[in-house]
Design a protein around this ligand. Structure first.
Ligand code: XMP
Length: 518
């Protein structure tokens, strides 16, 4: 793989994604990895990421200097560029000059393999205080900015390159080109990594792992479980049984999508557990959000374990191979954030409802463990999973249960489901799905407001629209939806959904507001 060395900013994952977009497989390693650790992974190239520190600060993240003796093509970015300059004998200075945001970079000389052929002046995105004041011996300066004498450098002999700016962000004009030039032209790597190759490789691995044992999988209706299940099914067919727990907190049409469209397109053998009564029974009288989450999480596990016991007993009675494996839709960011990557501050929260306990007596199959979300979607499309599932926006495991503020009842679920279906339909019709990350629709069930409909006083509930734009759900901003679309959603909801006489818009960013209301 190409190894992205993480110096502790948010950029390592983005860089790893851009490398994969260039058709080369990448993984993230922490900057604390030694040269031996790195060599053991057989890297075909290294990329040193940006980071929050100054190379001269006490405790600033360092890199084992022996890494530069491995003979591996290396690209340093921002902080990684400075680490490289310092380690190889150049000079990094704190001049008090800072560059943040859009900056004009001027190519020096022919720009080398990294920048050759690109416009002489280009917009790049910067974020640094220190600067490289002198390139190490053997390096050629490839770009400058008004404030930075060495904004990019290269040593073609050793295949070492660096840029002060962030080529991985979209605000940088020729960023992806810089990354591709490094990978394809400088390091000579082919663009051969794509969804097809991932599917073929995973299918083989899963077959080898499973043998003739049987496997179960929990489907949630979301993208990750849908794709991991379909991938395992492609590998082992009916050795797999998928279990879908309908907790009664799904949105309109979701169960049908799984039971009909998903099954028809993948051929997965599916058992649906109708657990709505049980869930709603346990939720009776409960209004505290954390209490709701805990109940829903607990009941999900109970429902799943019940089916699992039945399947195990069935296999034993019929002399079938035993069930030994459980499919899990873990993604690469979860792996990196739970310690597989660097010393990045752990901002990730509590959201593991829908997750299963780890004391289940099964080994895990995690076919998406090395993948990012957009890659998972591409594979899902390749596997023929319907767009309505593969393109689905995030939806929380506890479902509509945490979008009814107040007690969850069947009646309230019906109201919320109807309002949510209208909002979703109108956003899709207006072509806005790509612009919003997700749009929770929330029923303020314990709030009443006065209205007037057809000359009558009404006393109904408000519905909240919470459209947000985000990259990763860690931070978000409220989406500036067009007024005519908001107006249409509002009109339709107040006209078509009983007991709702008011629609309000949530205009809070995250932080301070979370995306969900509970
Ligand atoms: P918050 O509300 O914390 O949500 O800003 C961030 C993202 O996580 C989703 N979310 C959940 N997803 N189980 C999940 O699978 C959960 O319990 C859960 N709670 C929130 C939320 O929809 C948003 O995308």
């Amino acid at each position: 793989p190409v190894l992205v060395v993480d110096f502790g900013a948010q950029y390592a994952q983005l860089i790893a994604r851009r490398v994969r977009e260039a058709g080369v497989y990448s993984e993230i390693v922490p900057h604390t990895a030694t040269a031996a650790d790195i060599a053991a992974k057989n890297p075909v190239a290294l990329i040193l990421s940006g980071g929050p520190s100054s190379v001269y600060e006490a405790g600033a993240p360092q890199l084992d200097p022996a890494v530069f003796e491995l003979g591996v093509p290396t690209l340093g970015i921002c902080y990684g560029f400075q680490v490289m300059a310092k380690a190889l004998g150049g000079e990094v200075a704190n001049t008090g000059l800072r560059e943040y945001g859009a900056t004009a970079a001027m190519i020096a000389g022919d720009g080398g393999v990294l920048l050759g052929g690109q416009p002489a002046a280009q917009n790049v995105w910067m974020s640094h205080g220190d600067q490289v004041s002198q390139a190490p011996a053997g390096f050629e300066v490839l770009a400058k900015t008004p404030a930075t004498p060495v904004a990019a450098f290269g040593d073609a002999q050793r295949c070492f390159y660096g840029v002060q700016w962030h080529p991985e962000v979209r605000h940088t004009d020729h960023g992806q080109e810089v990354i591709e030039n490094f990978l394809h032209k400088a390091a000579g790597l082919d663009a051969s990594w794509n969804s097809d190759s991932v599917i073929a490789e995973q299918v083989e691995r899963i077959r080898a792992q499973v043998g003739d044992a049987r496997v179960i999988s929990a489907l949630s209706g979301g993208v990750d479980s849908a794709v991991s299940t379909a991938l395992v099914h492609k590998a082992i067919g009916d050795q797999l049984t998928a279990v879908f727990v309908d907790h009664g907190l799904l949105r309109a049409g979701e169960r049908e999508q799984v039971e009909q469209d998903y099954v028809a397109s993948t051929g997965v053998r599916l058992i649906t557990v109708d657990a709505a009564d049980t869930f709603l029974g346990h939720l009776e009288g409960v209004t505290d959000p954390e209490a709701k989450r805990k109940i829903i999480g607990r009941e999900f596990i109970r429902a799943f374990e019940k089916v699992q016991r039945e399947l195990v007993a069935e296999a034993a009675a019929s002399g079938d191979a035993p069930i030994k494996f459980l499919v899990q839709g873990t993604l690469y960011p979860d792996v990196v954030e739970s310690g597989g990557g660097a010393g990045t501050a752990n901002i990730k929260s509590h959201h593991n409802v829908g997750g299963l306990p780890d004391d289940l007596d099964f080994a895990l199959i995690e076919p998406l463990r090395t993948l990012f979300k957009d890659e998972v979607r591409a594979i899902g499309r390749e596997l023929g999973i319907p767009e309505a599932i593969v393109g689905r926006q995030p939806f929380p495991g506890p479902g509509l249960g945490i979008r009814i503020i107040g007690e969850v009842t069947r009646d309230r679920l019906e109201i919320l489901r109807a309002a949510d279906a209208i909002a979703r339909a109108e956003l899709t019709a207006a072509g806005l799905d790509g612009e919003i990350w997700q749009c929770p629709v929330v029923l303020l069930a314990d709030v009443h407001s006065v209205g007037v409909q057809g000359d009558h006083r009404t006393y109904g509930h408000p519905i909240v629209l919470r459209p947000v734009s985000s990259e990763d759900a860690m931070t978000a901003d409220w989406t500036r939806l067009p007024y005519d679309v908001l107006s249409k959603i509002s009109n339709r909801i107040t006209n078509e959904v009983r007991d709702v006489n008011r629609v309000v818009l949530d205009v809070t960013s995250k932080p301070p507001g979370t995306i969900e209301w509970e």
